[in-house]
Each structure stands twice: as C-alpha cells, then as structure tokens.
Design a protein around this ligand. Sequence first.
Ligand code: ADP
Length: 320
Amino acid sequence: MLHTTSTAPAIAADQLVKRYGDFTAVDGITFQVAGGEAFGLLGPNGAGKSTTMRMIAAVASRTSGTMEVAGLDPQQEGPRVRARLGVIPQQDNLDEELTVRENIIMYGRFFGLPRKHLASKADELLEFAQLTHKAESRVEDLSGGMKRRLTIARALVNDPDILLLDEPTTGLDPQARHVLWDRLFRLKETGTTLVLTTHHMEEAEQLCERLIVVDHGRIMAEGSPKGLIREHSTREVLELRFGMDRNPQIAAELEPVLVAADIGHRHIEVLPDRLLVYAADAESALERIHSTGHRPVTSLVRRSSLEDVFLRLTGRTLID
Ligand code: ADP
C-alpha cells in the first residue's frame, strides 16, 4: 500500500460539464489532484460533488470537458481506470449475508485476484480496519462505523492508487467518525491519493490538504483549509444570541461600535438564530459590545472554520 508521490496529476479535470436534460449539475469545473494528495470537494447537498465523483470513477459520462484519471480517460478506458481506483460510495453496499472476511475475499475475486493472495490480504486489511476480532461475524451484526471501515477495507483489496470517498462519515456518530478519520489519515500517510466529497467542514479540515468549495456545480474557491480561512475569513468569530427577532436591529447598532474598535473587525453576519461577528480578536469584540450595554443571552468565541468561508462566499450555511 506504499505509493510514491509523482509529479503527474492523479486526476485532471478541465471544464468538466454534466447536464441532465436542461439541468446542469456540473458547470465547467477545472481541478487537478496530485499523486499522494488528500483532496476534497466541499459543498452543500446538490452541489454536484457526487456527479463529479461518478465521472472520475467511470460510471457516469460527461457532457463536455476533458478528464484524465491516472493518465487515462475514464470515458474511453473505464475498466482500466476502475482497476486503479478504490471506490467508497455514500451508501455501504456490503453483502449482508456474508461474513466480514468473506466480503473482502469475494470483492477481491471480482478483480481476479488469487485466493492465496486474498487470504493474507484480508488479514492485513482487517487489521487496518480494526475488524480482526469481527472477521467471522456477519455484516448485519456490525455497527454503522464498522460497516464503513469494512467498505473502505474492501475498496483497498486491489491496492488502488486513488481512493474515492463519497461523504465517508455521513450518518456516523462523532466517535465512529473520529475512528474513521484516523484510518483515513493513516492511508494518507502511506501515500494513497484520497479524493473525498463532504458537506462536513470539520472533516474537510481534518483530512484535506487542498480542496475546492463547490456550489451549484461551480468552483467558488480553491486552496488549503488554512489558506481559504485566511483569505476569506477573520481569525476568530464571536457568536451571539440575542433572541430571534432582535438580531438585525442589534447588528445595525453594533456595526459602528466594532468598526471604531481596533479589533481587526471585518463584518457581522446576521443568521436567523444568531449573529456572527468576524474579528481577529473576538474576545475584545465581546468586551466592546458589553461596554455598550448590550447583553447577549449567550456568547461564544471560536476560530474561523470552512463553514465561515462557505457562508462568506455564498451567503448560505453548508447544512441548511
Ligand atoms: P451532491 O453530491 O453535491 O449532493 P449531486 O452530484 O448528487 O450533488 O447532484 C447534483 C444535482 O444533480 C442535484 O440537483 C441532483 O438532483 C441532480 N442529479 C444528480 N443525478 C441526477 C440524475 N441521474 N438525473 C437528474 N438529476 C440528477
């Protein structure tokens, strides 16, 4: 499972378009993923992330544009491209009737891998997925997090160069999500190219070296999580709750106060349930607000995240 980072891109998409009838799901997106990179497509539901993944995985055709995966055009050389990929779909599609171990072995048989090789490969992958103790259990007896780990283990059976993960932790509880992130992080360390879609900004921050922010089939921004935050947000954010109907009025009152203060203030975002004050020094912003006599019901100082980047770029939150 050890791959070396090469200079040729693992994936190159240029002006990629996918239309379903009159509807444009992917609207001219261009990106490259380097070998060994962990790359993300971050955006809300319906942004066109899965459609893009399906075109990479050679299971959907494109309307126009060009695409290369491991130097091959998926549309022309589907089987060869698929042999280089490990694909983890949004919904686990494990064989519930089989044991955990048999799931890996059967999948390997589809690739024509010999049984002897698969026996030791299954052991290695079960250990990686922390499922050795469940090897002989039936899939239906596994927790959601274990099923996801098995789906990932199974996708690694042919030693793929590139792993495609569509919303890898959606539906998992926080603990199961963290275990999965740890496994994916290890894969990244071994040099496997990871391409994942997510609408979960913490996932993108944890796993992706570089990402594109996608909305309505278009790229809104591209960069590292840190770089995007630096470019599009302030260092800190102050979240204030005053009670629903008072937010717009209070925001208008606070704006001049914060502009006058030397706290690296950028702007105030008015959401239905809270105000977000963007400032380099959010603690000082809160002190200044208190000094004017305003008393928020709750206040929280936190670092800026990719959620703030998305909000800044689109005026909407990632999870509506
Ligand atoms: P995401 O993965 O970002 O949630 P998708 O790529 O699944 O977004 O979908 C993008 C848009 O394309 C959505 O509006 C979706 O309804 C539409 N779409 C996806 N697949 C099809 C299809 N087979 N036929 C028609 N519309 C589709």
